[in-house]
Design a protein around this ligand. Structure first.
Ligand code: HSE
Length: 409
């Protein structure tokens, strides 16, 4: 029997406990041994669960128990998750986490501790919820140099944007529905401001490029400025608005990593990834584009990825030695002002197309139903971020900037 401890009995942790209990027979067959959740760490009481007798409020009950081989961390947040995970690895326990903040901030360090102790540190559930993405990238695409990753990495914002696009629901109404359905993080700013998607693209970029990309190095923009007016102009131009995370290997060895809303052409497959679904496209030099799609949030899809990591460890302990990346160098990520993009703009004011083109070059003007006098929306060609920004600065006295969204490059 393999003894497991669970740290955190929230949305994901309770899903893990349920799956381990309900599927114990089939999991034992797949893992080659019975998986038994022996202890659950949580400060709250759960008297009505079938494993009420296994709860503890003391981390040392897990850390000091030598019979526990695998610890699942589903507490979320950086502290005390980081200290607890590091202590478990140092004690020679395997750790599985769903905590993207932990992996994005401390991945290089924790992977090095795991390697030194000859144990596994797995985090399949930290990106894409139920979609297998970490192990396929690490193992199934091993023959490839990965040049680019881009996709929809946050279920809550995709759900909100889908409601805005398909039902003309306001941003606030769609956010509160996402919260009711349990998709949003405890603090919705992590979803809305792109922070959650940033952590996920950092993890994927670190794995793909072999060097840790830290969230603070990544230009990150959320969806709170997207309006129903922008959605309408985009629709008439043949686009939908999605929150996109992207990481690209640049010729000079640096990488371009960013999170921002983007206009996605309706013919692009990402335009049809709706609701809480996530999708990630990975470009390998041998495979070309490979697409992953599935539920990126929610209790059971995420718990499914955690349990898969547990089964992997049970089947083949000490397999993580190759799942590792170096710590960051100061120049891992390129300066965002040099990234090249095309842009959508929405302006208000007495500005002519000639004046707009004098600032941004040739543009395509968009229209929408009910367009008020003095409002103008247009798409630019591809230019460096810095060039687009200097054009914006010259708007003073001519027009007010109401909206700006990148086009998927
Ligand atoms: N809040 C996250 C999302 C949960 O909406 O995608 C999964 O990471």
């Amino acid at each position: 029997m393999i003894k497991i401890a669970l740290m955190g009995h929230g949305v994901v942790g309770s899903g893990v406990a349920e799956i381990l209990e309900e599927k114990k027979q089939s999991l034992a067959q797949k893992a080659g041994d019975a998986l038994y959740c022996a202890k659950i760490l949580d400060l709250r009481e759960f008297p009505d669960t079938p494993y009420a007798d296994r709860f503890t409020k003391d981390f040392n009950d897990i850390a000091e128990d030598e019979s526990i081989q695998i610890v699942v961390e589903a507490m979320g947040g950086l502290h005390p998750a980081y200290e607890f995970v590091k202590a478990c690895l140092e004690k020679g326990k395997n750790v599985v986490t769903s905590n993207k903040e932990l992996v994005a901030e401390k991945g290089a360090e924790l992977l090095a501790v795991a390697k030194a102790k000859n144990v596994n540190f797995f985090f399949e559930a930290s990106v894409g919820g139920g979609i297998p993405i970490i192990r396929p990238m690490h193992l199934c695409l091993a023959a490839n140099r990965i040049d680019e990753i881009y996709g929809i990495l946050n279920g809550t914002t995709n759900f909100i944007l889908t409601k805005m696009i398909q039902e003309q629901m306001t941003f606030d109404a769609a956010l509160s529905l996402a919260q009711q359905l349990g998709y949003a993080e405890k603090n919705p700013a992590a979803d809305i401001d792109g922070i959650d998607a940033c952590r996920k693209i950092c993890i994927l970029a670190s794995l793909a490029f072999g060097r840790h990309v830290y969230p603070q190095e990544v230009y990150t923009e959320g969806i709170s400025n997207i309006t129903l007016e922008d959605v309408a102009y985009a629709r008439n131009g043949g686009y939908v608005v999605k929150l996109i995370g992207q990481a690209k290997r640049l010729p000079d060895g640096k990488s371009q990593v960013m999170v921002s809303p983007a206009l996605v052409p309706v013919e692009n497959q990402l335009s049809r990834v709706d609701d809480v679904f996530n999708s990630v496209l990975i470009k390998g030099d041998e495979t070309g584009e490979v697409m992953f799609y599935g539920k990126g949030a929610g209790k059971l899809p995420t718990a499914s990825a955690v349990v898969a990591d547990v089964v992997h460890i049970a089947k083949s302990p000490s397999t993580s030695q190759s799942l590792i990346w170096e710590d960051s160098a100061a120049d891992t990520v390129a300066d965002a002002s040099a990234y090249r993009n095309a842009f959508y703009y929405r302006l208000q004011g007495p500005i002519s197309k000639e004046q707009i083109e004098a600032l941004w070059g040739t543009v395509t003007v968009l229209s929408r139903q009910g367009q008020p006098t003095g409002e103008v929306a247009f798409l630019t060609g591809v230019m460096p971020e810095s060039q687009a920004e200097s054009a914006e600065k010259k708007l003073a006295g001519k027009a007010e900037l109401l909206g700006k969204i990148r086009l998927l490059g």
